[in-house]
Design a protein around this ligand. Structure first.
Ligand code: GDD
Ligand code: MN
Length: 396
């Protein structure tokens, strides 16, 4: 849209034009570039990255000469004030934006929201920590211009490398995850775990509702949902060391990843977090049986007491593992850990009353015991999950 001041409607004051007139041409005020719609939006998810923001913007400016670009930082209310830093720059530069999300955490969800906030025809996703090599962005953009729908920046294509930026264990995990992924999405992409890619925005707009949007692997999510219809190309790069701050991803991301695969296998019916909660619940059954055995043979308890003991041990186990794993982005510490634990005991007790109630009701229709029992157990699990997500590990 070109702004033509002669045809401006009198009651509509155009803020862009106003600012352009008002801005003195001093070095303290960056030059005011006539506004053009962005051709490319760079979406940068951030969590505790305040030291990296200004440097990234500077590097994007260096690398993207000749392309009208904008950058959107999608920050999950980082306690270090990342969004304040990003908005301070955004207040001076129209091509910098920041979405501050509150009460939510998650890399994939942040990327999708950033993409959907764009009106540019092409979007890229890259990390804030300068591990991704911004100098390849023009090559990626050219590949889109040449007809690709999706361009993946790959650490594993010829000329790429991951060894600088990943610890040996993360590197091994990443390779295993890639191998597993190829069983489901084929091997048209050498690095489906990449957090660095460029895509035509309308592809994401079209499939947005089918994306899981949970966990860390947004590219994998997109490839699974839309991959077979896309023209895909790759550009190799060297995954660099992180500049400032620390990685938010630990070896536990493996579980999120497996959760994403299962969730995708259910056609997205079962959310990733519910599957993880369920897996923890299954591990709780094993813990229960071991505790029961221990209470009866070593502590010589009577069965009813031993069973009560085992229930308490299993519930505590489930709470502890869910706090470390399933809900680690909202992990409870200090006294909130203990109030959370008490609430969890309460929720599980109510859940088990519901479980027995439903099972007995179904059994009364002459269903076999295992069908009735399983339905009751499932209903108890759904109840516990709902309370856990809504009340116990609610994100602030
Ligand atoms: N908004 C938001 N919310 N951003 C997040 C969150 C979150 O919960 N967690 C991490 N981020 C941001 C970080 O601030 C960083 O900009 C980016 O996501 C990647 O996080 P890192 O903690 O630096 O991850 P990594 O370097 O270990 O792994 C990254 O690179 C790999 C290789 O490309 C990720 O992008 C992986 O998915 C990727 O496989
Ligand atoms: Mn990183």
């Amino acid at each position: 849209m070109q702004i033509d001041s002669q045809h401006e409607c009198p009651e509509f004051r155009n803020p862009v034009a106003d600012r352009r007139e008002a801005a003195p041409a001093s070095p303290a005020h960056p030059r005011q570039i006539p506004w053009h719609p962005a051709e490319l939006t760079i979406v940068v998810p951030t969590y505790r990255e305040r030291e990296n923001i200004a440097e990234l913007v500077r590097r994007l400016d260096d690398s993207l000469q000749g392309i009208v670009w904008e950058v959107v930082f999608v920050d999950d209310d980082s306690p270090d004030g990342t969004s304040v830093v990003a908005k301070t720059i955004a207040a001076r530069e129209g091509r910098v934006r920041c979405i501050r999300r509150v009460g939510r955490r998650g890399l994939s969800g942040a990327c999708i929201e950033g993409i959907l906030s764009s009106a540019a025809p092409v979007v890229a996703v890259m990390d804030a920590d300068l591990q991704h090599d911004e100098t390849i962005l023009p090559h990626m953009y050219r590949a889109i211009r040449d007809g690709s729908d999706l361009v993946v920046a790959s650490r594993y294509a010829g000329g790429g490398s991951a060894s600088e930026g990943l610890s040996p264990i993360r590197k091994w995990g990443s390779e295993q995850a890639t191998r597993l992924a190829s069983r489901f999405i084929g091997d048209q992409v050498s690095d489906p775990m990449s957090g660095f890619f460029m895509i035509k925005r309308d592809v994401v707009e079209k499939h947005a509702v089918s994306l899981a949007g949970e966990g860390y692997k947004v590219l994998m999510d997109i490839l699974w949902t839309a991959g077979k219809d896309l023209r895909i190309s790759e550009v190799s790069y060297r995954f660099r060391e992180r500049q400032a701050g620390e990685s938010k991803l630990d070896t536990l991301v493996t579980f999120d990843y497996l959760g994403l695969l299962f969730s995708k296998l259910t056609g997205g019916v079962l959310p990733v977090r519910f599957l993880m909660f369920g897996a923890v619940g299954l591990s709780g059954i094993v813990v229960h049986l071991l505790a029961l055995q221990y209470a009866m043979t070593i502590l010589h308890m009577r069965f009813a007491w031993a069973q009560f003991f085992a229930v308490m041990v299993a519930m505590t186990w489930n709470f502890f593992v869910n706090n470390r794993l399933t809900y680690r982005d909202a992990r409870l510490t200090g006294w909130r850990f203990f109030t959370g634990l008490l609430l969890f005991y309460l929720a599980c007790s109510i859940g088990s009353i519901g479980n027995v109630g439903v099972a007995s009701w179904i059994y009364s229709f002459h269903a076999t015991a295992w069908v009735a029992g399983l339905t009751g157990a499932l209903m108890g699990a759904v109840f516990n999950y709902a309370i856990s997500s809504a009340l116990i590990w609610k994100r602030k």
